[in-house]
Ligand binder design. Structure first.
Ligand code: ADP
Ligand code: ZN
Length: 763
């Protein structure tokens, strides 16, 4: 029988034992130990990506090294496997990024390996845009003595001589193509020189990116910074104090739409750039419009823009340049918070209220909270800018955890636009199932007649959001989801906006068989048709995810609108943000109620934000601007306060409600969602999990409440039945602790999957 512990001679001495701590992209949050072979010891660092044997048999998996060092004598080292290879020439993470990613794993209940793997773009992993090439240089290891060499060189024929001289004067090793081009010859002379051992060749990984242009924009006309107004100056001064003091202070920059927040960002960035540091600017994906990008590119020499249309090799290229410190400003959506900037000086989140900063797949992090943590680790300030800050940030201001900076006025003393709430309950047009009521119609006539432009906002795409049966009173649902099908008239398809199921609309009700289904309600397609019919003399463009499928289509429409070729721009959320067109004198919110009546704890906050943001698109020029908000709930506080541009009033009211209910931001929720093919099983399993958590919370005396389980708001989604329950606690740590208590012990049920989402943005 073998002894339990290895015999002394089986054990390597602690000195010889060199171990790596490796994490893998699997849901289990665990560190594995591997031996590091002699030849890799001088190279391997924490932050490297490595290839390791994993599991039974001879399987390999990529992993991330999170620590290396001499082993512990007590580890039974003989049973450890060995690191196979290092996958990148340099570590992909420094110590701070390792800390940050570890924190995310803890805070959002996922594994460290999952986080690290999510942070590294695919293009970096597969080294997209690079290839191995042979390069040549002068001299070899096994060259003859100097006299002999000189002799050889002297007697070189002209072409070989040309090659030799070209290489000698080159600043770096050259590829065959480069060399033959410079020397003006074929490959023959190169080979001859190699045979004579006067030159040598080796393999090198080289980038062959074509669009170098994407970072350095020599052709863009540089512009001077604007002279700040008083509010902007005061804002900037506060931020500069924090930058100079290397403080990780968080500023909530509450500036009304058009108050000139971007100029403050730019001049704060100017300061850190002057120290040779980098700044990260996070914006919603939708704001990565040419207009916004241009504003940064015209002010800084090197700006990397990370948007979702980049190819793998673009992403790799940006990553390398950012890591090399060659980029001053990184502008991007959510994941840009992980940009590998070596000397970070400032982080900015513009439109911090946007829900797109939350990632909806594992790791389910919120970029704002990650930025907060990163700013703390790097000791740099964080700016959260918005005209409608989240109540989350606002509470931190009230509690004096974050610093408020207010910019309550628009630049150049432009007034805020006047907002009319139009009660459409008795409007004849609306009753006839049209979208544009009498008041909005007249407003549009006036605005267009005076040469102004119009923006119409409607939160639903497609033609009709419901196919309604008069017989049974039901609407036709997606066969896989519990969601009404939307009619897309252009293709005559009934489409599910959740799973993309589509079919010809039925002529008879699938429920009761009655003929004559009616298309009720209006989406952007139908609105477009109505606008074209009502305003035949004006050009109209629709902007939603159906019309904006192609790369660059967004830019084309916005340019046409900026140039005045388009009079009326209508669309979904896409048009609510960031657009700055001085000639827009009217904004119409076609249906303010759509957002309000969602069964979501945050519905009021969202409604307020959307109306305030859309309204902010007008009145940016000397002609002023008006806003018409059509609603059937005209006294709803979220709508009234948005119309009054009264964020403070809204925040006070809504925080009051939330406090009463002990809802976020006064507490934290984590949502557990389960799904499976059979409803009873899913429900049963949900009860089982909730019970286990509830018992554990009692046992460990954790102040966590379990709410539910209940059917998820959309109980059927993509063929699966869904149930959910919430863990609620004042202190999020209690939720995290509870989950850690039970995690390894939770039962598994065949066919049922579940996830946990900490601080969900939709509830
Ligand atoms: P916000 O982001 O707060 O909505 P913007 O940054 O878009 O506001 O600024 C609105 C407009 O005001 C922009 O066209 C910008 O160029 C202009 N602007 C900003 N600051 C100044 C300034 N100090 N002087 C003149 N114009 C300014
Ligand atoms: Zn569906």
């Amino acid at each position: 029988e073998l002894p339990e512990n290895p015999m002394p001679w089986e054990r390597e001495s602690a000195q010889d034992l060199y171990l790596a701590e490796i994490v893998l992209n699997r849901p289990v949050d665990r560190v594995f130990h591997y031996k590091v072979p002699e030849e890799l010891r001088p190279l391997l660092r924490a932050g490297h990506r490595v290839q390791v044997p994993f599991g039974r048999g001879n399987q390999f998996a990529p992993g991330y090294c999170v620590g290396v060092g001499p082993g512990d004598e007590n580890l039974p080292s003989v049973r450890l496997k060995t690191v196979e290879a290092i996958l990148d020439s340099r570590p992909l993470f420094n110590a701070k990024m390792l800390k940050l990613t570890r924190w995310i794993a803890d805070r959002y209940l996922c594994s460290w390996g999952q986080v690290l793997d999510c942070v590294v773009p695919a293009g970096v992993k597969n080294q997209a845009g690079t290839r191995m090439v042979t390069v040549f240089e002068v001299g070899t290891a096994d060259a003859a003595d100097e006299a002999q060499q000189n002799d050889l060189i002297e007697k070189l024929p002209a072409k070989q001589r040309a090659v030799y001289d070209a290489l000698k004067s080159a600043a770096r090793p050259l590829t065959l193509e480069e060399l033959t081009q410079v020397a003006g010859c074929g490959s023959g002379p190169v080979n001859s020189l190699k045979k004579k051992a006067l030159i040598s060749s080796h393999q090198k990984r080289m980038q062959h990116f074509e669009n170098d242009d994407d970072i350095v924009h020599a052709h863009i006309q540089k512009q001077d910074d604007l002279k700040l107004n008083r509010d902007q100056r005061l804002a900037l001064d506060q931020i500069l104090t924090a930058i100079r003091g290397q403080q990780s202070e968080t500023f909530v920059l509450h500036g009304v739409t058009g108050s000139g927040k971007t100029e403050v960002y730019i001049q704060a960035i100017r300061e850190v750039v002057s120290y040779g540091q980098q700044a990260i600017v996070l914006v919603p994906e939708i704001s990565l419009t040419p207009q916004a990008i241009q504003r940064f590119r015209s002010r800084f020499d090197s700006v990397a823009v990370l948007h979702s249309h980049l190819t793998d090799s673009d992403r790799h290229y940006h990553w390398q340049n950012i890591a090399a410190g060659k980029v001053q400003v990184i502008v991007g959506a959510r994941s840009a918070v992980f940009a590998p900037a070596p000397h970070l000086g400032l982080i900015i989140i513009d439109e911090e209220h946007e829900t797109s900063f939350k990632q909806e797949t594992a790791p389910r992090y919120h970029a704002r909270e990650v930025a907060r943590k990163r700013s703390e680790l790097e000791r740099v300030p964080l700016i959260l800018g918005s005209a409608t800050p989240t109540l989350n940030s606002w509470l931190r201001v009230i509690e004096k955890k974050d610093t408020l900076i207010s910019m309550p006025r628009r630049v150049n003393d432009l007034p805020m636009p006047g907002v009319n709430i139009v009660d459409v309950r008795n409007d004849v047009q609306i009753r006839r199932n049209e979208s544009i009521g009498r008041v909005l119609f007249t407003g549009m006539q006036h605005a267009l007649g005076a040469g102004g432009q119009v923006i119409l906002f409607l939160n639903l795409r497609g033609y009709s959001p419901a196919l309604w049966c008069k017989g049974c009173g039901n609407s036709v649902k997606c066969p896989h989801c519990e969601i009404s099908l939307t009619w897309h008239r252009d293709k005559n398809l009934a489409v599910c906006h959740s799973c993309d199921f589509s079919a010809r609309p039925p002529t008879n009700c699938p429920g009761c068989g009655a003929p004559g289904l009616r298309f009720v309600g209006a989406g952007t397609q139908r609105l477009e048709e109505e606008v074209k019919a009502k305003f035949p003399g004006y050009s109209c463009q629709r902007m939603d995810s159906d019309t904006m499928r192609g790369v660059g289509s967004h830019a084309r429409v916005l340019n046409a609108f900026a140039d005045g070729e388009v009079d009326i721009l209508l669309g979904t959320q896409m048009i609510a943000k960031g657009l700055d067109f001085p000639n827009v004198t009217l904004v119409g919110v076609v249906d303010a109620d759509t957002m309000l009546h969602q069964p979501d704890l945050f519905a009021s906050e969202r409604t307020f934000q959307l109306i305030a943001q859309v309204a902010g698109r007008t009145g940016r020029g000397m002609q002023g601007g008006r806003v018409f908000v059509q609603s059937s709930s005209p006294t709803e506080p979220a709508i009234v306060k948005a119309a009054e541009h009264d964020f403070l009033g809204f925040a006070r009211l809504e925080l009051g409600h939330r406090k009463e209910m002990l809802a976020p931001p006064f507490s934290h929720y984590a949502r557990v969602i389960l799904r499976g093919p059979q409803e009873e099983h899913v429900e049963h399993f949900a009860r089982q999990l909730a019970e286990i958590l509830s018992v554990a919370a009692n046992e460990k005396q954790l102040q966590v409440q379990i709410l539910g389980p209940a059917p998820a708001p959309i109980i059927r989604l993509k063929k699966y039945f869904r149930y959910h329950f919430q863990l609620a606690a004042i202190d999020v740590e209690q939720i995290l602790q509870l989950w850690h208590e039970v995690e390894g012990k939770l039962p598994r049920e065949k066919g049922i999957e579940y996830i946990i989402d900490v601080d969900p943005v939709n509830m």
